[in-house]
Design a protein around this ligand. Structure first.
Ligand code: PGA
Length: 248
C-alpha cells in the first residue's frame, strides 16, 4: 500500500510566531496515523525542524536548486535543506513553474539533487483551466510526469502531487470523478514505467483541500493523501484533514 501523507505547503507565509501552529498540531496529534509534513518558507526550516524534533511531523522545503552549491544568489540547495532539518522537498509546484519558468527538465534535475541528499521529492503536476477545457488534462499530466520524474524514482524517494492549477487557492475543487480519472491514469503511467515502485508511490491531490471536503477526496481511488496550502497554516484547520486521511 502507498504511504498516506498529509503535506502542508505554507508557501510564502510564516514568521517565527507561526511556529506555534506546528507545535499545536504536534501536540494534538502525538500519533497521527499517517505521515504528516509541513513545508514552511526556507527561513523557518531550521527552527521548525527543531520545534518538531521528536514529533511524528516531518519538515520539508518548497524548492531546491539543482546544484549543491555555487554562485546562485537567492537559491537554496538540497544540501542546505537537509542541513536545516528537512527530509522532504516540494518540486515543480505550479507557482514555481509559473513564477520562475521551471520546466519539466528543471524539476527532474532538482529531483536528482534532492535524492542525492536523501530528501523525498514531492513532484507536482497539474493542468491549467484552459488545458482542461481543451480536453488536455490527462495528456498534460502525462507529459509532466514523463519529463519531471527521473529514471531512478522509487516509492521511497518520490511522492507525486496532482494539483490542477485552477483549483489552487480558488476554493474550486474538481469532482471526485475528475480526481479519480487523473489519479487512475497517473497510477497506470507510473506502474507501466516503474513497475512495483510506481504501484506503491504515494499520489497526493492538492487544490483547495479543506476539512469539509477532505474525507470525500480521500475516498477517491488512488488518492493517498493531500498537498494542502491555505488550510495547513492553522493547526485547527490542518488537524481535521490529517485525521480524515488517517481514517480513510
Ligand atoms: P491550496 O494550495 O490548498 O491553498 O489550494 C495547495 C497548493 O498549492 O499546494
Amino acid at each position: 500500500m502507498p504511504t498516506k501523507l498529509a503535506a502542508g505547503n505554507w508557501k510564502m507565509n510564516g514568521i517565527a510566531a507561526n511556529l506555534a501552529e506546528a507545535e499545536a498540531l504536534a501536540t494534538a496529534l502525538p500519533a497521527p496515523g499517517c505521515e504528516v509534513l509541513i513545508c514552511p518558507p526556507a527561513t523557518l526550516i531550521d527552527r521548525l525542524s527543531t520545534v518538531l524534533a521528536g514529533s511524528p511531523i516531518a519538515t520539508g522545503g518548497q524548492d531546491c536548486h539543482a546544484a549543491a552549491k555555487g554562485a546562485h544568489t537567492g537559491d537554496t540547495s538540497a544540501v542546505m535543506l537537509k542541513d536545516a532539518g528537512a527530509t522532504y522537498v516540494i518540486l515543480g509546484h505550479s507557482e514555481r513553474r509559473t513564477d520562475h519558468d521551471e520546466t519539466d527538465a528543471d524539476v527532474a534535475a532538482k529531483s536528482e539533487a534532492a535524492w542525492a541528499e536523501d530528501l523525498i521529492a514531492v513532484i507536482c503536476v497539474g493542468e491549467t483551466e484552459a488545458e482542461r477545457d481543451a480536453g488536455d488534462a490527462l495528456s498534460v499530466v502525462a507529459t509532466q510526469l514523463a519529463g519531471s520524474i527521473p529514471e531512478a524514482a522509487t516509492a521511497a524517494n518520490t511522492v507525486i502531487a496532482y494539483e490542477p492549477v485552477w483549483a489552487i487557492g480558488t476554493g474550486r475543487v474538481p469532482t471526485t470523478e475528475q480526481i479519480a480519472e487523473v489519479h487512475n491514469d497517473m497510477r497506470r503511467i507510473l506502474s507501466d514505467r516503474f513497475g512495483a515502485e510506481g504501484a506503491e508511490m504515494s499520489l497526493l491531490y492538492g487544490g483547495s483541500v479543506k476539512a469539509g471536503n477532505a474525507a470525500e477526496i480521500f475516498g477517491v481511488t488512488n488518492v493517498d493523501g493531500a498537498l494542502v496550502g491555505g488550510a495547513s497554516l492553522k493547526a485547527a484547520d490542518f488537524q481535521p484533514i490529517v485525521e480524515a486521511l488517517a481514517a480513510s
